[in-house]
Ligand binder design. Sequence first.
Ligand code: NAD
Length: 490
Amino acid sequence: MDEGHGAGSERDRRHDRRHVYIGGRWVESASARVVEVYDSVTEEVMGCAPEGHPTDVDHAVEAARAAFDEWAATPVGERAALMAKAADGLAARADELTTLITRETGMPVEGCRVVQVGGAVHFVRVAAEVAVDFAYEERIKHSLVVREPVGVVGAIAPWNFPLNQMVKKVAYAMAAGCTVVAKPSEVAPLDAYVLTEVLDEIGLPPGVFNLVPGIGPTVGQAMSAHPDVDMVSLTGSTASGTKVMQSAATTIKRVGLELGGKSANILLDDLSDDAFRDAVSQGVQRAFMNGGQICAALTRMLVPQSRLDLAEEVLSAVVGDMRVGDPFDPATVVGPLASAAHRDRVVGMIRAGLEDGAALLVGGPDRPEGVDRGYYVRPTVFTRVDNSMRIAQEEIFGPVLCLIPYRDDADAVRIANDSQYGLSGGVWSADVARAELVARRIRTGAVYVNGAATNVYAPFGGYKRSGIGREYGRFGFEEYLQIKSLHLPS
Ligand code: NAD
């Protein structure tokens, strides 16, 4: 139910959302307060959503619990068919979602259409497919091992890919037979209302999906601590992951955590000059897509000492030429960041790099030229970075790249692994077998060899403080299943 009455186009429409969705109905939140949502381009309020309240969580969990037995017993084919309808429903609203998410996050509109919205639709379809194809039973001697849905799942999403990070959880959970209480990020909660409207329209049984927006320390905390929530799945910062684990510990619930990263992209010494230039350019795309607001962004570029000058030359040209501006302009490569607070944090990290003595190659802490409003940050590259510096150790989550020289393969692997995070990585080589050997030595949940595409059927997740558990495909689906042994008389 959208109470926004803004005149004009989708581009400047207001979205005022004042209800939560519980048990198949839009109801008043127990909190009278709302959180305002800012347009990343105009810095104006573009709408609001309820601040949410732990009482809303209680009601939503009650509804999810009541719906669970019947939903878990519904044949998987029927659940999958509903997910396919949900995918169609999202696809039908792609234009509206693209505009909304571009405003919420600042991601340039065409990328937003493909990755944020198209990606979300695809994730829902894949979840349905994986659920149907899954082998739920296995015979082990005289026992039958069966998989059953975990129960009520709390799904907590971040703002950088608000819709596709949310559906990655809820579509898989629902396809597995779980019921869900979902909490979008308070920075970008509006697209979750479109998702909820779609789920409401496809005939999902009441209580299978519930939406309680709100802030982390109240609503998110209440979900994580709730005794009737069986699993909580968070995508967010490592700090929030720690809090969720602590709250979940008292009831020994399962946690799935997809957290931050500081991933290394290693360019090996056997690349030709042309291949090296290409790898540097492609590395920039993988660092600065969505303004660097990507958990798996390859934000540390590791190059042989002997190639440092060439890397600097390419980066100066490629990043110096990047078009920063209105994300609705198709020529824009880097849009604004999602919020003022986040912009300030990223600028603070650029200043930290300067204070720590890193050499600035391109960009810097000043507002980019030609933009007088919007949460913009200059695409920035630091060179000759020491991996112990804050800019090389801490997740910045903005358009900031560290160029780090290394001596040999062992040194490159050492630097890549000298991180509290372990989410992603890249290796480039003229010899794929050699790249694969280096990739195996990197302690992260994924490594991309020679710029290979991602694969949403293969598992995604982190080592170390980048998380616990996996999303995507069969491995991600299993996270929403319990395992039971039926010991049968022989
Ligand atoms: P965030 O941690 O601030 O918020 C994420 C979500 O957690 C929000 O919904 C927030 O309200 C909630 N939250 C905050 N405190 C909580 C608490 N105490 N209890 C329960 N919930 C709480 O993260 P963000 O700023 O929205 O997103 C950026 C972060 O997300 C980055 O660190 C990024 O790397 C990470 N991320 C990871 C992945 C991945 O798949 N690994 C994907 C996208 C983003």
